[in-house]
Design a binder for this molecule. Sequence first.
Ligand SMILES: C[S@@+](CC[C@H](N)C(=O)[O-])C[C@H]1O[C@@H](n2cnc3c(N)ncnc32)[C@H](O)[C@@H]1O
Length: 238
Amino acid sequence: MSALFEPASYVRRRALIESYFDRTAADAWARLTSDAPVSGIRATVRAGRTRMRAQLLSWLPSDLSGRRILDAGCGTGALAVEAARRGAQVVAIDLSPTLVGLAGQRLPEDVDPAAIEFRVGDMLDPALGRFDHVVAMDSLIHYNVADVTRVLGQLAERSATSVVFTYAPRTALLATMHAMGKLFPRGDRAPAIEPVAPARITRELDSAPALVDWRCARTQRVDCGFYISQALELVRDR
Ligand SMILES: C[S@@+](CC[C@H](N)C(=O)[O-])C[C@H]1O[C@@H](n2cnc3c(N)ncnc32)[C@H](O)[C@@H]1O
């Protein structure tokens, strides 16, 4: 397996993201991902994220028994839980110890704790091993397209079948900025989202040497009030 490649832009942005999700916005994120009542704007984000999670999971086999899944940037673990309910063996990793701790506390009783291995760290850690599918929901939206392409190349290298992920579609730039601006109080702003046009990301992925054995397959936008995100499925061709 090739060594972890970490460009300076990726390392800088990762540090900002870690600090934001682990400290600045940890409480707001914990609330958004819970059943607690939230304001109208946040309610649309919550509803959109529920739809997106279902969308990504619908691109995985319905029976995941015996499959190894990486939830890359798992946050508070909702997707990992659903994958485990379908029989998967999940590695759920996030930069934020706070969110990973919360994910462990929130593990529902019907899910075998042995089905999900929660880890704190970088999704690109080669020590995580190999997977049948990798899922990265809204965890790459703060990286620039060059870094996203490199990240996906490294995730693909350790996936046997597919990598499904989301990005912020550039056509929704204004709405997304508006949403993120309102979502958290001034001073609690997220690291910038890096919107990318669908044609651009497809072109980058199609021409990436690390993805020569892969192709872009299904894509689906979820547009729900203040949540706008685009899902894309990469599948191994050879
Ligand atoms: C918008 S949240 C989404 C969390 C979760 N996927 C969900 O949909 O609920 C993005 C998460 O990605 C994590 N993240 C970003 N870059 C990461 C990296 N390189 N390795 C691991 N986690 C990362 C952040 O810490 C954050 O918790």
